[in-house]
Design a protein around this ligand. Structure first.
Ligand code: ATP
Length: 368
């Protein structure tokens, strides 16, 4: 096992800046997810840690040792990249055995059989061991590729979207398996994904990356409940967090937000910026409630007046988009509560000011 420290790493490909000042640390035994959209720089980061791409600047330390001059094979990291390459002439067993039979590994035959049985069992491919890899589905091939990484003890695992080609059901099963594998052996892991559910469910900590820059590193709880900026807030949750542009305005007690079109005002948690500052508020759809009747507004909540804009049924729940002036707020409600609602009906939206996040204006407006 090993700790990994990436410090101020830059990388350019010609004129394209792939990474800019990337720093994060992964502790011994930690499961670290690098989460970001396509082109964010996730794979490049992993390849730099692996030694397959040379950084333009900055350092990578493994267990406190600068590995700048250490060849990939001597870094003792096990890697699985998205375009997994299996040996087509070998069956599944021999593909899984190949990292254990390398001259560096020198694993005894009994130990090889034992490890393969264990890993194949975990990944649900034990019935495929005799099959040629050319006779496998994409999902099965991906599990073999992942198995080839996990079968070998290594100081750390570097996994690049290892579940990308699996169907939804298998992904969910494999997520649970990976969690138990990582929990059981607690091998240091850097796991690249663009899927926030995967990151939240697997990671000890998550690094959110965009345009080659790390925007936040934190536990799943931290990135969810205290996103560093509006982009990070939008990266987690479906439907996405509601963002409403506006400004802070004067009020008697605490701070108040006024939407840009003047359609509504709400008290917000106090910020470190003053009145007149252009901000946006973020409210998660699950933190809002519909208030359709004329009953009292519960203590500590505010009611905003709007009308139903769109109703979208999502199984047991319904996403109701409510129009309040120019703003559109998504609210998630149990389907049974909205059976009589139709477009343009007048509704109230209940908001608890303590669940409101305040960010400066802009796509990466920082939390204030
Ligand atoms: P994806 O999720 O789509 O795989 P990613 O977050 O892994 O994306 P990278 O593959 O690291 O992103 O790419 C980061 C940026 O660097 C992109 O703009 C990409 O086009 C560019 N890039 C990556 N590798 C090369 C290369 N070998 N030559 C030129 N540009 C590259």
């Amino acid at each position: 096992m090993a700790s990994i420290d990436v410090h101020k790493v830059d990388k350019k490909f010609g004129k394209v800046t792939a990474l800019e000042d990337v720093s994060f640390s992964v502790a011994d035994g930690e499961f670290f997810c690098l989460l970001g959209p396509s082109g964010a720089g996730k794979t490049t980061t992993l390849k730099i840690v692996a030694g397959l791409v040379e950084p333009g600047g900055g350092t990578v330390h493994i267990d406190g040792v600068d590995v700048g001059d250490v060849e990939p094979t001597h870094r003792d990291l096990a890697m699985c990249f998205e375009n997994y390459a299996l040996y087509p002439q070998l069956n599944v067993f021999d593909n899984l055995a190949s990292p254990l039979r390398s001259p560096l590994s020198r694993t005894p035959a009994d130990e090889i059989r034992h490890r393969i049985a264990h890993t194949a069992g975990l990944l649900g491919i034990d019935h495929l061991l005799d099959r040629s890899v050319t006779q496998l589905s994409n999902g099965q091939r991906q599990r073999v590729a992942l198995g080839r990484v996990l079968v070998r003890p290594a100081r750390a695992y570097l996994l690049d979207e290892p579940l990308a080609h699996l169907d939804a059901k298998l992904r969910a099963t494999m997520r649970a398996e990976l969690k138990s594998i990582s929990g059981g052996d607690a091998t240091t892991t850097i796991y690249v994904t663009h899927d926030y559910v995967e990151a939240l469910s697997l990671a000890d900590r998550i690094g959110v990356i965009r345009d080659g820059r790390i925007l936040q590193v934190g536990t799943p709880g931290e990135v969810w409940s205290a996103p560093a900026n509006a982009f990070v807030a939008q990266a987690f949750g479906k439907p996405r967090i509601n963002l409403v542009p506006g400004a802070l305005v004067a009020s008697d007690d605490g701070q108040t937000f006024a939407s840009a079109d003047g359609a509504f005002q709400v008290p917000v948690p106090s910020t470190d910026v003053g009145e007149g500052t252009e901000v946006q508020i973020g409210i998660r759809p699950r933190d809002l409630r519909l208030h359709t009747g004329a009953g009292d507004v519960p203590d500590g909540q505010v009611r905003l007046e709007g009308s139903v804009y769109v109703l979208e049924h999502l199984g047991r729940n319904t996403e109701v988009t409510v129009a309040i002036g120019q703003s559109r707020l998504s609210v998630i409600v149990p389907r049974s509560e909205v059976s009589s609602l139709a477009r343009d009906d007048k509704v109230g939206v209940l908001m608890n000011p303590h669940t409101v996040h305040v960010f400066l204006a802009g796509a990466e407006g920082k939390r204030v």
